[in-house]
Ligand binder design. Structure first.
Ligand code: G6P
Ligand code: ZN
Length: 582
């Protein structure tokens, strides 16, 4: 399949003449693979699929061919969460980059860089983009998941226009170009000439930690941690993902805590065999130790470091509350926001807790569809500072990805600031104080994973028909096990018009708003790998202080009953219980 006489454009010949000889660039004939359609999180498939002959090469060639203004002379960042197949993929990418005229690659040592760190590097070094090797919170290993994602020069995931172009190219790709380069030693930092490209291998952590130190007041956090008696206890769990070295740099090197304050902090190619997903189900080691040792501040991040969970003894912070509380404290606790907050935002299913903070501060607040990409335009336009999603994503305009470690340090900052006001404040005190001021949005999500797609689609159609039937708006929906009923105020399929570029995204989730402000939302996940995942979100707002201490599942029970009976979920999905409740 290798041409006897390599073919390549004259433009490349002239620019490389001095360094590579003609025979160094090889054009390899290939055939398209179907299904190389990148979502906003890139192309995610099983490792075995990526290992097929030409599969990875095809997709990587398509990325370079689709780069805005071409790949010639460009600089990119390359790194990922260290999962299985990452070093092999990095070598392939270097060879194809070399043949496509890429001039300079900034590579994380051992091909490691968290997703937020890639975004930060793209922005601080003003590169033309970056390639991330990750499948986020999904398991890793020879039989598990791998992923390749392209980010553009603003540091954010490539917009649909670019990913569509990549996909089109993969659909009729006939050849790709490589330079036959030996494997580069990825373990040493420094500057290397690798065939025609300059490769700078960087320590994955230092640039990112520098950025965090510009954003946060580390001295204030240290002061709280070291001068309080008894000393607050802290535990960070990287779930064997990429944030291990970042966590160590922060908790041990910067904040001066001891080894017992971190766990699972060595990135493993298979994440130790578990899901590197920071939620109550998959971060059970953290939850168990926090409860057993009554640790005040616990936190975890996902495989590639963009998600987070905040969990102290007896105190779970829902992601919806987390972003609202960060927004509320930001100007006081985080120097980056001292000069003011531009605007706030959340995804549609995320609770309205942040809306209430926005209202009280007189800030703009945006409700966007699920997916971090929807925040990017607003940030680039200077209208958004802090945003979050119920799916354990929280972040700000310091980069263009959500940022797990940032959220964790934001919470440390809040606790440090809260302790200045009222010594001894813990996570529960901060939560309670917030609810007393703004009311509490009870929120929960039920996930029904690997449901048959047909059943899931049928359930959504049934709901759409119900919404459209006359008299639905204004009707009373009654809970099955109590007298509670809810009057429908509005029911629709969420659609979003981007205020910056006017683009319209339709069918982003079915929602019912009730007269009392409660909501029920149904969505099919966009990230599942087999079958369909039905997500049911419920939200209830309360200003009644006597309810604030209540377990969310108790308070939300009537709404969940309404949602289940209205949707006939159990009938359509043949599931009587969700796989995960968050
Ligand atoms: C990824 C995206 C998030 C998004 C989430 C939704 O993690 O980066 O921005 O919220 O997927 O996943 P879902 O499975 O609900 O479509
Ligand atoms: Zn992730």
């Amino acid at each position: 399949y290798i041409h006897d006489h390599p073919v390549f454009p004259a433009s490349q010949l002239s620019s490389f003449k001095a360094i590579v000889t003609m025979s160094d660039i090889i054009t390899v004939q290939t055939k398209p693979y179907s299904g190389q359609k990148p979502g906003t999180s890139g192309l995610r498939k099983k490792v075995k699929i990526f290992q097929q002959e030409h599969y990875t090469e095809n997709f990587v060639q398509a990325i370079f061919s689709a780069m805005p203004d071409g790949s010639e002379g460009k600089t990119i960042v390359l790194g990922g969460d260290g999962r299985y197949f990452s070093p092999e993929a990095a070598q392939i990418i270097l060879r194809i980059a070399a043949a496509n005229g890429i001039k300079h690659v900034i590579l994380g040592q051992d091909a490691i860089l968290s997703t937020p760190a890639v975004s930060a590097l793209i922005r601080s070094l003003k590169t033309d983009g970056g390639i991330l090797l990750t499948a986020s919170h999904n398991p890793g290993g020879p039989d598990e998941d791998f992923g390749i994602k392209f980010n553009t020069a603003n540091g954010g995931p490539a917009p649909e226009e670019v990913t569509d172009r990549i996909y089109k190219i993969t659909e009729d790709i006939k050849e790709y170009k490589i330079v036959k380069l030996p494997d580069l030693d990825l373990s040493k930092t420094g500057e290397f000439q690798h065939g025609p490209i300059k490769v700078t291998i960087v320590d994955p952590v230092s640039n990112y930690i520098q950025l965090l130190k510009e954003i946060f007041d580390f001295d204030m956090i240290k002061n709280w941690l070291h001068t309080t008696t008894p000393k607050p206890t802290v535990l960070f769990d990287a779930l064997n993902g990429v944030t291990g070295p970042y966590g160590r740099a922060i908790f041990i090197d910067e904040l001066g805590l001891d080894e017992s304050s971190v766990q699972q902090c060595v990135p493993k190619p298979d994440f130790g065999g578990s899901h590197p997903d920071p939620n109550l189900t998959y971060a059970h080691d953290l939850v168990a130790r926090v409860e057993k040792e009554q640790i005040e501040f616990g936190a975890a991040s996902d495989g590639d470091g963009d998600r987070n969970m905040i969990y102290g003894a007896g105190a779970f912070v829902t992601p919806s509350d987390s972003v609202a509380i960060i927004a509320d404290w930001a100007e006081k606790a985080i120097p980056y926001f001292k000069s003011g907050i531009k605007g706030l935002a959340r995804s549609m299913p995320t609770s309205g807790a942040i809306d209430i903070v926005a209202k009280s501060k007189g800030l703009e607040v945006f409700e966007v569809p699920t997916g971090w990409k929807f925040f990017g335009n607003l940030m680039d336009a200077g209208r958004l500072s802090i945003c979050g999603e119920e799916s354990f994503g929280t972040g700000s305009d310091h980069i263009r990805e959500k940022d797990g470690v940032w959220a964790i340090v934001a919470w440390l900052s809040i606790l440090a600031a809260a302790n200045k006001e009222k010594p001894g404040s813990g996570i529960n005190d901060v939560l309670m104080q917030h609810w007393k001021k703004y009311g509490r949005s009870f929120f929960s999500r039920y996930d029904y994973e690997q449901v048959e797609s047909e059943g899931a689609e049928a359930m959504m159609s049934h709901l759409r028909e119900t919404f459209a039937s006359s008299g639905f708006v204004g009707s009373e929906l009654k809970a099955t096990s109590s007298d509670t009923s809810f009057e429908v105020a509005e029911a629709d399929d969420f659609s979003y018009t981007d205020p910056i570029d006017g683009s319209v995204s339709t069918k982003q989730g079915l929602y019912i708003k009730f007269v009392d402000g409660s909501r029920i939302i149904f969505r099919l996940s966009g990230t599942g790998s087999s079958g369909a995942t039905v997500r049911l979100y419920v939200e209830k707002y309360s200003k009644n202080e006597s309810e604030f201490g209540e377990d969310a599942q108790v308070g939300l029970k009537p709404l969940i009953e309404v949602a289940l009976s209205l949707s006939k979920l159990q009938e359509y999905t043949k599931r009587d219980k969700p796989n995960v409740i968050t």
